[in-house]
Design a protein around this ligand. Structure first.
Ligand SMILES: [Mn+2]
Length: 332
């Protein structure tokens, strides 16, 4: 397998960051456990053949961000504790909160700059989180490269449309709100969504032209009535423009497939449904112009072989379809 970045078609940027995660922990270990599990996966793929030969290069997990993550996560936890316990020291609370927001901003800027360098070299980009706040800078860079003419396929249990969460502007729970209000892609198409608040539901209702949400329960009802996933997948793909960025939160899948993820929600997609959706996307002639895979986590454990295994399989498909949907013949 090619191991040099310069000769690779696709570069994977690991971002071990989970400062604002609220419930479970371990998303910063995502890149490491995915990389470990990836050794178990055959390179040849039934749908993708030997697409891997184009070269997928994963960068080293940057230890400096891992360290800052640890430091800032402790501060964020303290802010959350102070809020829930109504600690009277509001001055300390707002100072810590500002510090956390600043660090998240710094991470985001770094991701943006690294993504730009990778894209400017004519390479495909994949980001591996980390929590779901990590891809903001990557989405910004991809959208800039394509003059905003990109739709986002967002697979997630959560709508992530909160206007800041627990006082953190760059929260994992706000990523798509930030993307829609600050980066403004052509369209946001959400799949697997089954956990959201009223504010998020209203946000979706108020943006009928730019946001299309395929709520998990609606999809399940259609399937239970006997409709085919093929029809739903075609509808999903039909909502997207020519160029597609995939933002994949692993918790969009059934939690049996990601037991250690930070905020699991019962229900969700099977791996077959997601892989079928990718193939329908590819068959439509649309192109994946960038992607992220986030919230793959080891939880409190050092190892989480199963989470890493499923994460690696998803990553492998995302890499393969990124390369394949951008081959010259698939653009005609
Ligand atoms: Mn989620």
């Amino acid at each position: 397998m090619p191991t040099e970045e310069t000769t690779s078609r696709l570069v994977l940027l690991p971002v071990p960051w989970e400062v604002t995660t609220s419930y479970g922990r371990g998303a910063s270990q995502g890149p490491r456990i995915i990389r470990q599990a990836s050794e178990q996966i055959d390179l040849f793929d039934f749908e993708l053949g030997n697409s891997w030969q184009a070269g997928y290069f994963m960068r080293e997990v940057p230890s400096s961000w891992l360290e800052l993550n640890k430091k800032m996560k402790a501060k964020a936890q303290e802010v959350i504790r102070m809020k829930t316990q109504m600690d009277p020291n509001v001055e300390l609370q707002s100072r810590l909160q500002a510090e956390v927001n600043e660090a998240c901003q710094k991470m985001s800027q770094w991701v943006y700059e690294e993504s730009k360098v990778i894209l400017n070299q004519g390479k495909m980009l994949g980001l591996i989180g980390g929590d779901h706040s990590t891809p903001f800078g990557a989405i910004r860079a991809v959208l800039e490269k394509h003059q905003g003419q990109v739709g986002i396929l967002h697979i997630d249990a959560h709508a992530d449309l909160r206007c800041a969460y627990q006082g953190f502007e760059q929260s994992h729970a706000s990523i798509m709100h930030n993307v829609m209000t600050q980066i403004r892609p052509q369209k946001l198409v959400q799949v697997g969504i089954r956990d959201f608040c009223e504010e998020e539901f209203d946000f979706i209702q108020h943006h009928p032209k730019t946001i299309k949400t395929f709520f998990d329960l609606q999809n399940k009802k259609r399937l239970l009535k006997g409709e085919a996933w093929h029809a739903i997948a075609q509808e999903i793909v039909g909502e997207l423009p020519q160029k597609v960025y995939v933002s994949f939160d692993i918790d969009g899948l059934d939690p049996a497939l990601c037991p250690h993820t930070g905020t699991p929600v019962a229900g969700g997609l099977s791996l077959d449904q997601v892989f079928y959706l990718f193939s329908v996307l590819a068959e439509s002639g649309k192109q994946i112009v960038g992607f992220d895979l986030n919230e793959v986590s080891s939880g409190d454990e050092e190892e989480a072989e199963w989470d890493g295994n499923v994460g690696a399989r998803v990553l492998y498909k995302l890499c393969g379809w990124s390369v394949k949907t951008n081959e010259p013949q698939s653009n005609t």
